[in-house]
Ligand binder design. Structure first.
Ligand SMILES: [Zn+2]
Length: 479
């Protein structure tokens, strides 16, 4: 923990010294969350929630554009309902929180607090889908779920978290497959264009897929420390749940058919990705498109006559153009600079008596720290362009980082060496046998992240057993 490495803000640990502590420090100092009273729960504070709201609104818009409707299903699931699909209940059983009493009275049947809502939607669909005319059903809900986790960290793993879960039912397997792909693309697009986080798109191995799914598609992102984060998943169920829950419809020929389903979810975990992909030793760095405040005006020498008036004028001029705010509190400018750097606000606008005299402002970028002097008359044209430059720069930086930390391994020795020397994504061939996947995890703690859609052949044989390779897999240690 070299003190010399602690730059600018004494309060946070340098990421090179202790990445986990840096993360915790940033989450706290940037005022994103606080800890709840029950272990593993979190209070999302106004600034954290404002960022999440922007993610949510952006996704919600896309869900509606793709024909989905929002609904709200209950928090509770009767135990008997949860038991209906065998793989599903086995997958979630260890994490379920149970309600056993109503007031003083012991319940006849235990009630689960939803860890996810597949069975509730299946039960509903079994009663409300009758004919091909009822299909597709394209539902989504914004909600919270509970999973009793042993080790927890804000946003990354918490006992209760916020997310959306889409649940759809279709007439054919192909329609369901298309939906699964479509929603993965929605997630990938949001991550890359909105959050400036480059993602790998691919399919999970059977070992890593969702409990009860036919297959799971995923977007995977690489964090600053070289660990991967699963950032959104889209599951194809085929007719597995429909058979367990007897969800049938009469087709155009009057014959009874099972529906084909999907589900897909993206959670507040994405906040963890945002922090760990873009953040630095000064704190958060928020890409302009998702930033609740894109530009913060900090008046300099604001006690001098006219400065505050000019600063407010500036805010009024810009407020329809960008999300702008002003800090006219009596705190020192240096304190304000640190505070808004910690919060990752993309641009700081400084204006003092000298600037007013010269009819200019100073624009300071959060991502590079660069400053530029802009004539007041050009501010309206320059600021949106600058925000776009920052957005692009953050994406490019993250992509370069990911490329630098992506390696190829052809043998287990190479695999282990890479993990040791340059942790990140490892591209390695796999024979398709779960035994090899398990052995790799056991020996290295790295897991298969995805079988990428963009396949290539980096070797002819499986990295683990040396038998003929079937496909390329991305591996990494993961959150
Ligand atoms: Zn193998």
């Amino acid at each position: 923990m070299g003190k010399k490495n602690k730059q600018f803000v004494e309060k946070i640990t340098a990421m090179e010294d202790d990445f986990a502590q840096w993360y915790t420090d940033v989450v706290k100092q940037a005022d994103l969350v606080d800890y709840g009273q029950v272990r593993g729960t979190m209070i999302i504070k106004p600034y954290g929630y404002a960022i999440w709201e922007n993610v949510r609104d952006e996704l919600d818009k896309k869900f509606k554009e793709t024909g989905h409707s929002n609904v709200a299903f209950p928090l509770f699931i009767p135990e008997s309902l949860l038991q209906k699909e065998k793989d599903h209940v086995e997958g979630f059983a260890p994490e379920v929180a149970w309600v056993t009493h109503g007031g003083e009275e012991k319940l006849q049947e235990r009630i689960a607090v939803r860890p996810t809502s597949e069975v509730l939607f299946c039960d509903y669909y079994s009663k409300n889908i009758h004919s091909y005319r009822d299909l597709p059903k394209l539902y989504n809900q914004w909600t919270n779920v509970v999973r009793w986790e042993k080790t927890t960290r804000p946003f990354l793993r918490s006992s209760e978290f916020h997310w959306q879960e889409g649940h759809t039912a279709h007439a054919t397997d192909e329609d369901a497959a298309q939906e699964t792909n479509r929603m993965l693309e929605v997630y990938a697009d949001m991550a890359e264009k909105y959050l400036a986080i480059p993602v790998l798109k691919g399919r999970k191995t059977d070992k890593e897929k969702f409990a009860g799914a036919n297959y799971t598609l995923t977007i995977e992102a690489l964090m600053h420390d070289g660990k991967a984060l699963q950032s959104g998943t889209s599951h194809h169920f085929g007719s597995g749940f429909a058979e367990a829950f007897d969800i049938t419809y009469l087709d155009e020929n009057g014959e009874s058919q099972f529906v084909h389903q999907t589900s897909w979810g993206l959670s507040t975990r994405i906040m963890g990705a945002l922090i760990m992909v873009h953040g630095d030793n000064r704190g958060l760095v928020i890409p302009p498109r998702v930033a609740p405040t894109q530009a913060m005006i900090v008046p300099i020498a604001q006690h001098k006559e006219g400065v505050l008036d000019k600063a407010y004028d500036l805010r009024d001029r810009l407020k329809d153009l960008v999300r702008v705010d002003i800090d006219a509190s009596d705190k020192m400018p240096g304190w304000k600079f640190n505070e808004y750097e910690m919060k990752g606000i993309p641009v700081r606008i400084e204006m003092g008596p000298k600037d007013i005299e010269k009819e200019q402002v100073v624009l300071a970028r959060r991502d590079t720290g660069e400053k530029e002097f802009i004539p007041l008359s050009e501010l309206e044209s320059r600021l949106p362009v600058l925000l776009e430059e920052i957005q692009q720069n953050l994406y490019t930086k993250a992509q370069t980082h990911r490329e630098e930390k992506t390696s190829i391994a052809k043998t287990m020795d190479e695999f282990k060496q890479v993990l040791e020397e340059k942790p990140g994504f490892i591209k390695a061939m796999w024979c398709g046998d779960v035994a090899c996947e398990e052995k790799i995890k056991e020996e290295t703690t790295a897991t298969s992240r995805c079988i990428p859609f963009d396949q290539e052949t980096v070797a002819d044989t499986c990295v683990c057993c040396g038998k003929d390779a079937k496909e390329l897999v991305y591996w990494a240690k993961a959150y």
